[in-house]
Design a protein around this ligand. Structure first.
Ligand code: NAD
Length: 277
């Protein structure tokens, strides 16, 4: 996008960004909930954006379901192989980096992500709850032994199905498939949202259950998303813009709003030796 376009885009959301920056600085606990939309600027398509969304090309319910894994494991693993190759090529973007910066400043407590791409961690976020799992490891469906996905994918590349060394059970990637129960991270995410003062939902249609119920548990809600969501009318701040642009602007506005002082810096100064009587 030409520079004047970006400037115009930034100006059009400046009021909302300033408002959200004030909230982030003023509230106590802030949780960020991200969806596939935060990673589209890293070249990973989301599910529902018109034209480019994965949903328009394949039906994820058909391929990424527990039934598909059980009944058509070869096709399932060919899809996982292509997915892992494309995710490995992707880099974190301004949106992931801005969130990591706000976490580093002590202003974001937890990042709850529906994504399986690991880009928050690669950008430097440390407290990440992956409510749909991840693709770093796989687990034997029979004896629960854990395997590195590098090993699993090498087997698939050689044209075989990945089986457990110990019991020959099929190895399943540690992603949450359609029909699977949610991992413990989802329970922790629910708790984090209930205890938070502000939830910022970024790049999610907020349509996938049960994650779509999380915004309903938040005491205050902000939304950063290209398209409108069903929660827009309940949010205190709504920003319809690219996540990379909006979050980079937010991190900068927060820095100015807090006078360059983050919660952790304020905490440090409160705990400095000079304060001890
Ligand atoms: P979704 O596809 O339902 O919605 C994505 C939303 O992001 C859309 O409303 C779209 O308008 C918005 N969006 C797209 N690009 C954006 C941008 N640059 N900035 C701001 N907003 C943008 O995604 P979802 O709500 O996360 O649910 C889909 C499910 O798909 C999730 O469960 C997730 O696990 C899975 N998924 C993950 C990845 C990934 O790991 N990167 C990719 C595709 C799908």
């Amino acid at each position: 996008m030409p520079e004047h376009g970006v400037t115009g885009e930034r100006q059009s959301i400046s009021r909302e960004i300033a408002e959200l920056a004030r909230m982030v600085v003023d509230v106590g606990r802030c949780v960020v909930l991200t969806g596939a939309g935060i990673s589209t600027e890293s070249g990973i398509p989301d599910f529902r954006s018109p034209g480019t969304g994965l949903w328009t090309q394949v039906d994820p319910m058909e391929i990424l379901s527990a039934t598909a894994f059980r009944t058509k494991p070869e096709a399932f693993y060919q899809f996982i192989l292509r997915l892992c190759d494309s995710l490995r090529a992707a880099e974190s973007n301004d949106g992931h980096r801005a969130i990591a910066r706000l976490e580093e400043m002590g202003l974001i407590d937890v990042v709850v992500t529906q994504n399986i791409d690991g880009l928050h961690q690669r950008a430097g976020s440390r407290n990440v709850l992956e409510v749909h799992g991840h693709l770093r490891t796989g687990t034997c469906v029979k004896c629960r032994r854990s395997y590195d996905m590098g090993f699993v994918l090498d087997v698939v590349r050689r044209g075989s199905l990945p089986r457990c060394d110990a019991c020959k059970g099929l190895i399943k990637p540690d992603v949450v498939l359609f029909e699977d129960p949610l991992p413990v991270d989802f329970v922790l995410a629910q708790q984090a949202v209930i205890e938070s003062d502000l939830l910022i939902a970024v790049g999610s249609s907020l349509e996938v259950a049960p994650v779509c119920y999380l915004p309903g548990l938040a005491s205050r809600l902000a939304i950063v998303n290209l398209m409108p969501t069903s929660y827009d009318s309940r949010a205190q701040v709504v920003i319809h813009a690219r996540a990379g642009l909006a979050l980079a602007a937010l991190a900068e506005a927060v820095r100015l709003e807090s006078g360059g002082n983050s919660h952790s810096e304020q905490e440090d100064s409160r705990n400095s030796p000079g304060d001890i009587e």
